[in-house]
Design a protein around this ligand. Structure first.
Ligand code: NAD
Length: 295
């Protein structure tokens, strides 16, 4: 099975490496980033999404948001221009579920099938090949590409029809955003009360409040390390997709809306490229305290 990969950014590059390590022939394309390192590992570097599709049975896309996926799949020199009937697109980007459904319907007109299969776990799990992958689309198509997905993830779950993968990812992103905000509030309180935040972390991480988010993000916060990881601008994109979807369904998400506004204030201060654990900076400013290891 020949694989194509479009979008070799923070996540896609690590995922593509694992596909190569898994023994699949790989064709790659990124509109802006160099793919020289992947060529060194044996990938064929081409200069358009159309060429990727022409060389592949399965085309994986890992792009920032809906407009980028639309452009790469539907645009001039896009996947649908190069794909044959029977080609499978696996969009692993986090996009609005309605967009997955729209692109899938247009692909189907050309005999091309599509899964939406976003991921959770960030760059460390992309590198390790231990992402959580949540896939929507036809069950038989999912079964065919599952071995490829298992090269990138340790949890690969079919959650329903097309769009269900991104609905699941939106649920994931609500929990991650609120969890980072909760951790931030708690650790700012502890720091202001004069209790060393690293001691608080050691004391509570094994209890009920402990979480994957706490384990991943508190050490970064304690080090003052806001290098992404998951950028605030991508998380605000996800929360925008959450709120658009929830408003269409008349579902009220008051806590998500509040964290969205916190992130907006940080982006307004020029922090769009910071890791999402920079949410703590908002709370640090309110309380005039920093959550750091004691010097
Ligand atoms: P990124 O910005 O680092 O990478 C995206 C890549 O796509 C870039 O290299 C860019 O040059 C390329 N690109 C943009 N438009 C293109 C086009 N039209 N054709 C070809 N290439 C194009 O983003 P990322 O952090 O790798 O995230 C990718 C997706 O995964 C996003 O939807 C994000 O929300 C999601 N995600 C990210 C993380 C994370 O921690 N970074 C975790 C889980 C999910």
């Amino acid at each position: 099975m020949k694989i194509g990969f479009i979008g070799l950014g923070i996540m896609g590059r690590a995922m593509a490496r694992n596909v190569i390590k898994g023994g699949y022939p790989l064709a790659v394309y990124d509109k802006f980033a160099s793919c020289d390192d992947l060529a060194g590992l044996g990938a064929t570097v081409v200069s358009s999404s159309r060429e990727v599709a022409a060389l592949s049975d399965v085309v994986i896309t890992m792009l920032p948001n809906s407009p980028h996926v639309r452009e790469a799949v539907l645009g001039p020199n896009g996947v649908l221009e190069g794909a044959k009937p029977g080609t499978i697109i696996v969009d692993m980007s986090s996009v609005a579920p309605a967009v997955s459904q729209e692109i899938s319907a247009l692909a189907a007109e050309k005999g091309v099938q599509m899964l939406d299969a976003p991921v959770s776990g960030g760059e460390p799990k992309a590198i390790d090949g231990t992402l959580a992958i949540m896939a929507g689309g036809d069950a038989e198509v999912f079964a065919r590409v599952r071995p490829v997905l298992e090269k990138m993830g340790s949890s690969v779950v079919h959650v329903g029809g097309i769009g269900a993968g991104n609905v699941t990812k939106l649920a994931n992103q609500i929990i991650v955003a609120l969890n980072i905000a909760a951790v931030s509030e708690a650790f700012v309180l502890a720091a202001k009360a004069g209790v060393a935040p690293d001691a608080v972390f050691a004391a509570i991480r094994g209890g009920l409040a402990g979480s994957t988010v706490m384990d991943a993000k508190v050490p970064m916060i304690l080090d003052g390390n806001f290098k992404p990881g998951g950028r605030l601008e991508l998380h605000t994109k996800d929360l925008q997709n959450v709120l658009e979807t929830s408003h269409r369904l008349n579902v009220a998400l008051p806590l998500t809306a509040a964290v969205m506004e916190i992130i907006q204030s940080l982006i307004g201060e020029g922090m769009s490229g910071a890791d999402h654990c920079a949410i703590v900076r908002y709370y640090e400013k309110l309380a005039n305290v920093q959550v750091r290891r004691p010097a």
